[in-house]
Structure formats: structure tokens, C-alpha cells
Design a protein around this ligand. Structure first.
Ligand code: ZN
Length: 153
């Protein structure tokens, strides 16, 4: 690209970055993960308005109170939204094609007022479908403690 008269082109440098980082999930999600290690689904509950959050939230989105009551929810829930994914994010951050599409569902657990996302092991999915969580309490990666969902029953 030609520079305009009297102006120099901006020098550009290309340099690969691979910054290591650690991310704290915070006390509420840590408590949620610890529960799944015991096979429990823990949700936070707002003591002021009673809204139940899964995944847990520290502050109630409705009344801004501290949602620091805890309730254990069943593994069962209902699909409220779903889609098929054909790619995933690899550990290095690249997008890679999946060998076969996966169903990603937003599941509202029985007793919860919010939804949590998870992979659904099923041939097909629909809104209103009853599902149950598949927990993997021995998972090394905390994100794998909730392995996904399968049709209930
Ligand atoms: Zn509230």
C-alpha cells in the first residue's frame, strides 16, 4: 500500500504470543465444582426473592441481593434451547472440525430458574425434552465434571 504524501507507513511487527495464564472461577463456581466431585448439583439461591441460579451466581440479577443460600438440585431438567455444533475450540484455541456434529443444549434443571449449557448425547433434541445430567466426579479437568446430558428415563 502506498503511503500518502508526507506520511510514513506504520511499521508492523508480527510476533507469536503464547501467554500462559490461570483464571480463577471464583468462590461460587468453585463450590459448584466441589459439589459435582461429590455427585451433587449445587445451585445458589437468592434469600430475598428466591431465584435459584444454576450455574450459581453470587449476585441476584433480579434484586441485586447476595445469592448465598445453597440448594441441591436433581440431575433432571428440561431442554429450553439447543443447537448442533460442527466445530469446537481446541486446547490451543484453534477451531477444529468435529468428526460428527454434537448437540449443545441449554438445560433448566428441575428447581432452577436459569439454564446451564451442556453437550447432549442424543440422536436429536427438541425444546421441552426431559434430560438428566451425566456427572464425572473423577474428572481431572473441572470443566469435565459435568460430562453432559442424556435423555431422561
Ligand atoms: Zn433476588
Amino acid at each position: 500500500m502506498a503511503a500518502k504524501a508526507g506520511k510514513e507507513p506504520v511499521p508492523r511487527v508480527s510476533m507469536p504470543l503464547d501467554p500462559p495464564f490461570a483464571w480463577s472461577v471464583g468462590n461460587w463456581i468453585e463450590h459448584f465444582f466441589d459439589g459435582m466431585k461429590e455427585g451433587k448439583i449445587r445451585a445458589s439461591k437468592c434469600p430475598s426473592c428466591g431465584r435459584v441460579y444454576l450455574p450459581p451466581r453470587m449476585i441476584c440479577e433480579r434484586c441485586f441481593s447476595r445469592a448465598d443460600d445453597w440448594v441441591e438440585l436433581p440431575v433432571t431438567g428440561t431442554v429450553r434451547a439447543c443447537t448442533k455444533a460442527s466445530v469446537k475450540v481446541a486446547e490451543n484455541g484453534d477451531m477444529v472440525d468435529l468428526e460428527s456434529p454434537e448437540i449443545i443444549a441449554m438445560v433448566q434443571h428441575d428447581g432452577a430458574d436459569t439454564c446451564i449449557a451442556g453437550r447432549l448425547e442424543a440422536d436429536d433434541a427438541s425444546i421441552g425434552m426431559k434430560v438428566e445430567a451425566v456427572l464425572n466426579p473423577k474428572a481431572e479437568n473441572a470443566l469435565d465434571l459435568l460430562a453432559g446430558y442424556r435423555p431422561a428415563g
